[in-house]
Design a protein around this ligand. Structure first.
Ligand code: F6P
Length: 360
């Protein structure tokens, strides 16, 4: 193995830099291998100054830094790239150009640090001959075949801190506080932070809720003398007879943007007589310093990805299984997105702690 490339694609997540650092150090120290960085996802292969060298000096001090030193885009799908041609906006497939870009660089492996979308593209590019290795990144923790994605722990930390802070002000003002959290179609962030922060209600996409049941929980707390309530609401949550709420519709480049369910739930509760405030935590969950757990996992993933590349096995992804870092095929990882198991001990325990999922 003489030369490898690294790219970061899709939404950023805390720990990306820790993966880059570990991969560069492993490649150089264990294999004497050259490393290059591809800037702004797959775009770097076809854009000017899209390729940068990555040496030890370039990764010094980045372990605790959020974001990605390589930059990223979440509209970087080479199979649907929007360009202006003859004064008109058109969408074209530039995947062959990306493949040529990879070939031109003569890399033995391309490490792709990405979530569902970026890894799907990696898998498709590998069908065209690209030697890809995936590293599962996303605060949503929704990639199949791995117990954890890096970034998730930091997001849960941020969300839990927000719940803790909302608790004190909710109690002072005798209010209902609704906190809308990220996660797309997976409720892991709301579930973990909701339990860790002692929420009274957790609404997740995997368990459709009834507005009346949520209201009953809030009312019952008031009857019992608890004049405040905390609701952790996944952005992808939906009522039994409703749809997910989007703040922007999607197109061939962008996926639809979830957002607004927290406001809807908050308005309903306030209309029924309980003073309510809504907070949308948003991109704070993606930013900032990765937790020690995320740095630890990201470092192990980065090193494992390089070692996997050295074996010459591609179209695979590093994964955490039974607390061990291993690897699985990208096909397996992408076959079924991971969702909260509604019969898991976590959900059962939350119910036994008195947390309502709004369903019963
Ligand atoms: O997938 C990560 C994530 O943060 C989701 O939780 C969220 O729905 C989405 O990305 C937001 O994306 P954007 O950065 O495009 O607003």
């Amino acid at each position: 193995m003489k030369k490898i490339a690294i790219l970061t694609g899709g939404g950023d997540a805390p720990g990306l830099n820790a993966v880059i650092r570990a991969a560069v150090k492993t490649a150089i120290y264990e294999y004497g291998c050259e490393v290059i960085g591809v800037r702004n996802g797959y775009d770097g292969f076809i854009e000017e100054e899209g390729i940068v060298p990555l040496e030890i000096k370039d990764v010094r001090g980045i372990l605790p830094r959020g974001g990605t030193i390589l930059g990223t885009v979440n509209r970087g799908n080479p199979y649907a790239r929007r360009i202006i041609r003859d004064g008109k906006e058109v969408t074209i497939d530039v995947s062959d150009e990306i493949i040529k870009g990879i070939e031109r660089l003569k890399v033995d492996a391309l490490l792709v640090l990405g979530g569902d979308g970026t890894l799907h593209i990696a898998h498709e590019l590998s069908q065209k001959g690209a030697p890809v290795i995936g590293v599962p990144k996303t605060i949503d923790n929704d990639i199949g075949g791995t117990e954890r994605t890096f970034g998730f722990d930091t997001a849960v930390n941020t969300a839990t801190e927000a719940i803790d802070k909302l608790h004190t002000t909710a109690e002072s003002h005798h209010r209902v506080m609704v906190l809308e959290l990220m996660g797309r179609d997976a409720g892991f962030i709301a579930l973990h932070a909701g339990i860790a922060g002692g929420s009274d209600v957790i609404l997740i996409p995997e368990i459709p809720f009834k507005y009346a049941t949520v209201l009953a929980k809030v009312s019952k707390r008031v009857e019992r003398g608890y004049k405040f309530s905390i609701l952790a609401v996944s952005e992808g949550a939906k009522s039994v007879d409703g749809e997910q709420v989007f703040s922007r519709s999607g197109d061939e480049i962008y996926t639809p943007r979830l957002g607004g369910i927290g406001q809807k739930v908050g308005e309903f509760i306030e209309l029924n007589g309980f003073e309510t405030r809504v907070t949308v935590l948003g991109h704070l969950q993606r930013g900032g310093i990765p937790t020690p757990y995320d740095r630890w996992l990201a470092t192990r993933y980065g090193a494992a990805a390089v070692r996997l590349a050295a074996t010459g096995k591609f179209d695979r992804m590093v994964a955490l299984r039974e607390a061990k870092v291993t690897d699985i095929s990208l096909e397996e990882a992408l076959a079924v997105p991971k969702r909260v198991n509604v019969n898991s001990d976590a959900v059962l325990t939350a119910r036994n702690m008195g947390i309502s999922f709004g369903d019963q």
